[in-house]
Design a protein around this ligand. Structure first.
Ligand code: HEC
Ligand code: HEC
Length: 329
């Protein structure tokens, strides 16, 4: 996808981009370029198919609901057996722009990420073997995989590849902010522009920059003063064991942030005003007044882009050979 975006720039989007003021810290999101529609369609089916879970009830869309900004709007997710998840579910929208996946970056890319939840006992609680067996039992899936990948037998590799291909289409261009960036001076009102100026002047752009307004670095939560939370997540330190990485999380994208409440890795704050206040105090040592917080919040809401829209995928039915779901055990 990264390479494709680059090629795109060289192949014709460049003139439109040239209208973007070069010195702005946030750049417009480019619309998805679909090169393999059959693969995207297959990935879309898999994203919505709850038969990739042990219960037969939980799909990727359960926790990354594309009707709700690609998130579940819960403090932490609900997994198999109604288990309480350990951490807030980030949006899948624009996740292809992330430098790595997960709050601590433990998956390098979307394909590697997609293997995680299927086998995670607290999420979909299946095994890759069972997930693949389920798909192999359904002739329509076998045919689709054969067409797209030329394989006789489905493996988890094609499953995660197709899901990732679909996720790469989940970008949200044409937000009001992007239209403003591209030269439409009417796209934002004065208060929102004031908020954007404050966002830059206060120093938010040090971490929230690039097309996703985040997603491209790992930063300490509580840089200036400590973040109080009961959530045990350690951030990157959970992977590296390094004390310096304690409480370092991937900076979340602020694209569509109006839709992806509640906020932070522990989902502790439900309003954008609170999140902005916490950020200003803890990351920058700044106490903002209500009016400034309101303006920054108004700006953040202009980052809501055009949501992915498509026909709901109709999934091929199970048959006598398909393993039965096990919702209650
Ligand atoms: C039970 C809820 C649940 C299900 C089901 C689920 N996820 Fe997630 N997803 C999460 C949570 C929670 C995280 C954050 C975990 C972490 O960072 O440690 C996450 C993280 C992600 C991320 C990383 C986003 C980022 O910004 O880092 C992607 C992409 C993603 N999931 C895609 C998927 C796909 C694809 C599926 C289906 C195969 C799926 N998820 C199924 C809850 C879920
Ligand atoms: C030093 C880096 C840094 C600076 C500066 C910074 N942020 Fe953040 N921001 C982060 C990190 C890291 C997180 C995730 C923290 C967590 O979840 O524990 C975050 C999370 C957020 C969130 C919640 C997003 C979500 O989906 O949960 C919002 C909103 C936000 N920042 C806005 C701002 C604003 C507004 C400013 C300026 C007042 C700002 N940030 C300054 C690093 C930064």
């Amino acid at each position: 996808m990264k390479i494709r975006v680059l090629l795109l720039c060289m192949a014709g989007i460049a003139p439109a981009m040239a209208m973007t003021p070069n010195n702005e810290p946030i750049q417009p999101i480019l619309p998805a370029q679909i090169t393999d529609p059959a693969k995207v369609e297959l990935g879309k089916q898999l994203f919505f198919d709850p038969r990739l879970s042990r219960s037969g009830f939980i799909s990727c869309n359960s926790c990354h609901n594309l009707s709700m900004g690609g998130s579940d709007n819960l403090q932490t997710s609900i997994g198999h057996n109604w288990q309480q998840g350990p951490i807030n579910s980030p949006t899948v929208l624009n996740s292809s722009l992330n430098v790595a996946q997960f709050w601590d970056g433990r998956a390098a890319d979307l394909k590697e990420q997609a293997a995680g939840p299927i086998a995670n006992p607290g999420e979909m609680a299946f095994t890759h073997t069972l997930a693949v067996d389920t798909l192999r039992s359904i002739p329509q899936y076998s045919d689709a995989f054969a067409r797209v990948y030329g394989v006789e037998q489905i493996t988890i590799d094609e499953v995660t590849d197709a899901i990732a291909e679909f996720e790469e289409t989940l970008v949200t261009p044409f937000s009001r902010f992007d239209r403003w960036l591209l030269g439409d001076t009417q796209a934002m009102i004065e208060d929102e522009l004031r908020g954007y100026q404050l966002f830059k002047d206060t120093g938010c752009v040090a971490c929230h920059n690039g097309p996703a307004a985040g997603g491209n670095s790992f930063q300490k939560m509580g840089l200036v003063s400590a973040y109080e939370t009961a959530n045990p997540a350690e951030g990157v330190a959970g992977l590296t064991g390094q004390d310096a990485d304690r409480f370092k999380f991937k900076v979340p994208t602020l694209r569509n942030v109006e839709l992806t409440y509640p906020y932070f890795h522990d989902g502790a704050y439900w309003t954008l005003e609170e999140a902005v206040d916490v950020m200003a105090r803890l990351q920058l040592g700044r106490q903002l007044g209500d009016e400034d917080i309101a303006s920054i919040t108004a700006f953040l809401k202009t980052l809501t882009g055009q949501q992915p829209s498509f026909a709901l995928p109709i999934l091929p039915p199970s048959n006598n050979a398909t393993p039965r779901p096990k919702p209650f055990e």
